[in-house]
Ligand binder design. Structure first.
Ligand code: DLL
Length: 434
């Protein structure tokens, strides 16, 4: 017996899905044009009127939207309903430190939580499950999204948030958690901590995990499955579109089904913007089809992946996307947190350091390490060890405030960071995730 949260949608015929998408798109474009001057100006500049969009075949006529547009429009510029109709914001870091703020009406929250509920049910979840959510709660979408989905399914929800691993393990064992939701790196860490505490995989009641928000490999999946004795499912999403649940894995574990009744995907050539056929690798672009507060038309995610419409043995007809294979920009995801090198540079420059720095990211025992070597100026180099340590601490604090995570800062001797003859290499990502 297959389980679906919304079988009428998840197994809908292609013909009916296209009809639904066409109807929703026409309404969404009109809503956006009527209520968001930013979009109206962009569409007018391209000579496109809402009447020109009769369905998804006309989507290519619309301009793209990218992260910089979100920054320009910060905070209210893309809002499509009165603020009094909004009930929540969520947020994530932006390219230059300005955050991306997404707004939600109650309808938008319901829609988002339903997507997360689909993911939980696809992982075998029912109302009899105990679902431990250890994604961060707060501005990050992970905790609130999976929490809402878990409620919709009717699971007993443990709203743990991330961190405090001893407490996570205590609740997991005492309350018999059956589903674990967190980043894959945290799942691996929890698994190792359980093992170190003397537990065997069969000692816990976990059956499934729903892991996402950062890239992870098939090898890591196997590690986590073995450590915890579970089946590990991938989940994808981004704050701009709502959060987790834009797509999710089923038991076939060969890509993530996109909730395409809400988010219409396109794959484009990142250089030319040309729409590519299914099966081609390119940048993933999403158009929301029924969001109220913060609709997105042709939003460029910067994630590189492939779409596939091959029949899936789970019976879902929703198109599948591959795991993201990289990004078109320089965004790093470290311990689930989005980090742009430009944010780090801003902090360094503001404090009088030069642009000679090197960010080193690695994954040791399934946990990301994050080091930044920063060159001292000659006059700083003569300082005592005590002063240098103090400076490192100040930089670490300033970076934590900007990024939301802690980096190990090392002040190094002047001229010790290798200079480049071409483009400066400021990031050394040793994780080999793609
Ligand atoms: O990471 C939303 C989320 C929360 C997804 C919990 C899944 C689980 P942002 O912080 O805005 O939102 O980061 C979005 O993270 O563009 C991808 O580059 C990356 N990402 C998200 N899920 C995956 C995944 C959340 N399963 C950015 N695999 C996206 C690889 C992922 N990368």
């Amino acid at each position: 017996m297959k389980n679906y949260y919304q079988p009428e949608i998840e197994t809908m015929s292609r013909e009916d899905m296209i009809k639904l998408q066409n109807e929703k798109l026409v309404k969404q474009v009109k809503h956006v044009y009527d209520h968001v001057p930013y979009y109206r100006e962009r569409m007018d500049a391209k000579g496109v009127k809402p009447e020109d969009i009769k369905g998804i075949d006309d989507l290519h006529k619309l301009p793209f939207l990218c992260k910089d547009d979100l920054r320009d429009a910060y905070p209210y510029g893309l809002l499509a309903v009165p603020l009094s109709d909004c009930v929540r914001i969520q947020s994530t870091s932006g390219t230059t430190g300005k955050r991306v703020v997404a707004f939600y009406t109650q309808h938008d929250i319901d829609l988002w939580e339903e997507c997360c509920a689909r993911a939980i049910v696809a992982a075998g979840g029912t109302k009899d499950d105990v679902c431990q959510v250890c994604y961060g709660y707060g501005l990050f979408t992970g905790g609130p999204g999976l929490n809402g989905g878990s409620h919709k399914v009717g699971c007993l929800t443990l709203p743990m948030s991330s961190g405090n691993t001893d407490r996570q393990i205590q609740f997991m064992m005492d309350l018999g958690a059956t589903i674990l939701c967190c980043t894959p790196s945290y799942a691996a860490y929890i698994g190792e901590s359980l093992r170190d505490a003397g537990y065997k995989p069969e000692d816990n009641k976990l059956r499934a995990g729903i892991f996402g928000a950062e890239p992870w490999t098939e090898e890591m999946r196997k590690d986590i499955e073995r450590l915890l004795g579970i089946k590990a499912y991938d989940i994808y999403g981004l704050t701009e579109t709502s959060g987790p649940g834009v797509s999710f894995e089923c038991e076939e574990q060969t890509g993530m089904h996109i909730c395409e009744d809400h988010f219409y995907p396109e794959i484009i050539d990142p250089d030319t913007g040309e729409v590519l056929p299914d099966g081609s690798e390119g940048e993933l672009v999403f158009t929301s089809l029924d969001k109220e507060a913060f609709p997105l038309l042709r939003y460029r995610t910067r994630d590189i992946c492939v779409l596939s419409r091959e029949k899936c043995s789970c019976g879902r007809t929703l198109v599948k996307m591959s795991k993201p294979r990289g990004r078109t920009d320089d965004m790093l995801i470290i311990r689930g947190v989005n980090v742009f090198p430009s944010q780090i540079e801003t902090v360094l420059m503001e404090r009088g350091y030069s642009s000679n720095y090197l960010i080193i990211v690695d994954r040791v025992n399934n946990t990301d390490t994050f080091d930044i070597n920063v060159e001292m100026l000659p006059e700083q180099f003569s300082d005592t060890v005590r002063v240098i340590t103090q400076r490192e601490r100040e930089l670490t604090d300033a970076l934590r405030t900007m990024l939301g995570i802690t980096a190990k800062v090392h002040l190094v001797a002047p001229k010790s960071i290798q200079r480049s003859e071409g483009k400066a290499v400021r990031v050394l990502d040793k994780r080999k995730l793609h």
